[in-house]
Design a binder for this molecule. Structure first.
Ligand code: AMP
Length: 278
């Protein structure tokens, strides 16, 4: 397992792998890796000859007042998880390596990035799309792996790849959950014991919305209301949004194909997101 923080070195290793006939799989992460990331790396391992994982907490995608400074960093444990999952290379750059001068160029995916988290996290998806394009240009993957857990991020990246004719495939990977339904997330480690006990309410609410939709309800307001009832019964949960959206992350009054329920919920100061296909 090669670990480097250097763009040039990463390019050299990737070029050597490609020259030896191996396809390049890429898993971008912010580290503090868990079994959700393990699922992405495992899928890449099964499909590609060479697997690169990036670990970079990207300052561009955090707004002032968000958790950039206290986001969990655990490089030693991350290296072990990557080794264990069969990764070939870890690219873990410093902020100075990624942004040696002030970044003046940005990628913005309008519409898809504007609703849901985009409404509450100003500049977030611009920061995500910009860093992911930059990472794609370092790693030049054939296939890049993204979790369905971050539904809107996946939609933004897929659209960027199509709109910009990037020569790679985006591969979605299903959400890995704790036994009680809570979607795995690096931010789960912020939760107090009481908040952790309450946190599965998010998935219960999404599952309830799904049940109502499967039962034949087409009115998205009613589906949304059924999910919100579940969340409102949990005093520790403060809903930021709970919405039913189409493939472009837009609200529609009648159920579309596909459609998703997506939620952002605070437990104390920890903001959790999750979604379900209806
Ligand atoms: P992050 O490190 O949180 O930025 O996530 C890196 C990648 O892992 C993203 O593509 C996420 O969607 C994906 N991911 C995070 N948590 C999960 C999970 N519980 N199941 C599947 N993928 C996940």
């Amino acid at each position: 397992l090669i670990t480097t923080g250097n763009v040039g070195e990463t390019r050299n290793h990737i070029a050597a792998a490609r020259a030896s006939g191996r396809s390049i799989g890429f898993v971008p992460t912010m580290g503090a890796l868990h079994d959700g990331h393990r699922g992405l790396i495992g899928t890449a391992r099964a499909e590609c000859g060479f697997v690169a994982v990036s670990i970079f907490v990207n300052p561009l995608q955090f707004a002032p007042g968000e958790d950039y400074g206290r986001y969990p960093r655990a490089l030693a444990a991350d290296v072990e998880l990557c080794r264990d999952s069969g990764a070939d290379l870890i690219f873990a750059p410093s902020a100075a390596e990624m942004y040696p001068e002030e970044q003046l160029t940005f990628v913005e995916v309008t519409k898809i990035g504007d609703n849901l988290c985009g409404r509450f996290r100003s500049g977030h998806f611009r920061g995500v799309a910009t860093v992911v394009l930059k990472l794609f240009n370092v790693v030049q993957p054939d296939r890049a792996y993204f979790g369905e857990k971050d539904l809107q991020q996946l939609a933004v990246i897929r659209r960027m790849v199509r709109d910009m004719a990037l020569p790679l495939s985006v591969v979605p990977v299903p959400t890995i959950r704790e036994p009680d339904g809570l979607a795995m997330s690096s931010r789960n480690r912020y939760l107090s014991a009481a908040e952790r006990r309450a946190a599965p309410v998010v998935y219960r609410a999404l599952s309830r919305a799904c049940e109502v939709a499967r039962g034949g309800e087409r009115d998205t307001k009613r589906i949304q209301a059924a999910g919100l009832v579940v969340l409102e019964r949990e005093p520790l949960a403060k809903v930021q949004y709970f919405e039913v959206v189409d493939a472009d992350m837009q609200p529609a009054s009648q159920l579309t194909e596909p459609a998703y329920a997506a939620a952002a919920v605070f437990l104390g100061s920890t903001r959790l997101i999750d979604n379900i296909e209806l």
